[in-house]
Design a protein around this ligand. Structure first.
Ligand code: HEC
Ligand code: HEC
Length: 350
């Protein structure tokens, strides 16, 4: 035993320098590791989603969501039973469509592009005009709109009453038979369940994955160099305001002015979310821009001149690789789980 201690002591003494060097080396490595970690720590915190505003009496529960889901996918909501909400709001495109304008009943065309329903329950206002304030009120619009379902909600209720399952499910969800009350509330409930918060970018903010250098540079351009986040801000990449982003009007649409009749509202449109933006081409209220590249080039030239154009929109210059980087960043906002989630899928196909 004694020998052993002595031996160890000698070993220590003879190799003192090496051991000091070893300890020093370990500290150095620890320091370098810690500082790299520090540099990698991002300014961006994971997004906090607020509590959703749900009108009294329509608190979310499964029977309401499920009834709404069925209605959402059911063409009986349209005059000739050919068009459902999902004809224009398709899960594969994050509940938008890949056409500029999707035809409604009898192939009639409206003048606006079907927007995504990603996190739609958080919107304080609906439609591009930013006017209607609840999903319950909004649900009436497509049912009655000529270029959409061209029907009447009272008639929809009559059709539902011919179906035992609808009657049973309406009682289960709202303790009453199918009527306008049930239809609008159930549709709103299903749409409030359409939550997307697990994009590649969300995973990155939670430290679960890394971004490529190109995506990271795009993030820097988006948040720090350009002005995008002045409007497309926060957890849903919108400040929910209405703005003119430099798009000239066409004869068929005057934006928010359509409802307020005020010149200051001419061609103002709601700032849309950028979540799942890679899936929802074409872009803008009338789908006039086909690709994200075209969108960025639109902003790069400072938009077109317009008396109501936001002061924030100004020209800038990106080189080709920066343009690609910004697109790469926008692509990280895609949530593939959202478009594959069976809970949101067509219940008639199961
Ligand atoms: C023929 C295509 C079509 C059909 C069918 C359709 N929509 Fe839409 N939807 C649109 C278009 C176009 C807009 C934008 C209209 C506008 O802003 O004036 C829109 C807007 C919306 C919005 C507003 C989203 C927002 O963020 O402001 C909601 C919610 C919505 N639709 C839900 C539904 C529901 C529920 C149904 C079925 C009852 C439905 N839609 C049927 C094309 C359609
Ligand atoms: C002044 C507010 C504002 C700023 C700043 C802004 N946008 Fe927008 N953005 C809007 C509005 C409003 C729309 C919708 C216009 C419409 O529908 O006609 C929009 C639409 C878009 C769309 C199409 C969305 C869709 O679903 O069709 C993309 C993509 C987009 N913006 C990206 C950007 C990028 C990238 C930047 C920075 C270079 C940026 N925006 C800066 C207000 C803004």
């Amino acid at each position: 035993m004694k020998m052993q201690v002595k031996f160890n002591f000698r070993l220590w003494f003879n190799h003192k320098i090496e051991i000091y060097l070893l300890i020093f080396g370990l500290f150095l490595m620890l320091f370098v590791f810690a500082s790299v970690q520090f540099q990698n720590k991002e300014v961006i915190e994971p997004f906090e989603f607020p509590e959703m505003n749900v009108p009294e009496g329509n608190e979310l529960n499964n029977s309401r969501i499920e009834l709404g889901r069925r209605l959402f996918y059911d063409p009986i909501l349209s005059l000739d039973s050919t068009i459902s909400c999902s004809s224009c709001h398709k899960q594969a495109f994050a509940f938008a469509d890949n056409l500029s304008v999707t035809p409604g009943v009898s192939a009639k065309l409206g003048n606006r592009n079907a927007p995504t329903l990603t996190n739609v329950g958080y919107n304080p206002t609906y439609l591009f005009d930013g006017f209607l304030t609840t999903l319950e009120k909004q649900a009436l619009v497509p049912i009655e709109e000529h270029a959409e379902m061209n029907f009447n909600i009272v008639e929809v209720a009559k059709r539902m009453k011919r179906n035992k399952k609808y009657i049973r499910d309406a009682y289960r969800a709202y303790k009453r038979e199918p009527d306008a009350y049930v239809i609008t509330r159930a549709l709103a409930s299903f749409q409030r369940s359409l939550i997307s918060k697990n994009s590649k970018f969300d995973q990155y903010t939670k430290g679960k994955i890394k971004l490529t250098p190109s995506e990271k540079n795009g993030m820097r351009l988006f948040y720090d160099v350009l002005y995008c986040a002045q409007c497309h801000s926060g957890y849903n990449f919108t400040n929910f305001s209405v703005q003119n982003n430099g798009l000239k009007s066409t004869s068929s649409d005057s934006g928010r002015m359509r409802v307020t009749r005020l010149e200051i509202d001419r061609d103002l449109y709601k700032v849309p979310t950028l979540r799942n933006i890679a899936l929802t081409a074409p872009y803008m209220h009338d789908g006039r821009l086909q690709t994200l590249r075209e969108v960025i080039l639109h902003y790069q030239k400072g938009g077109e001149s317009h008396i109501n154009k936001s002061k924030v929109i100004e020209p800038f210059k990106l080189n080709e690789s920066e343009l690609d980087d910004l697109i790469s960043f926008l692509n990280t906002l895609t949530d593939s789980e959202f478009i594959q989630n069976k809970k949101y899928g067509n219940p008639f196909r199961n």
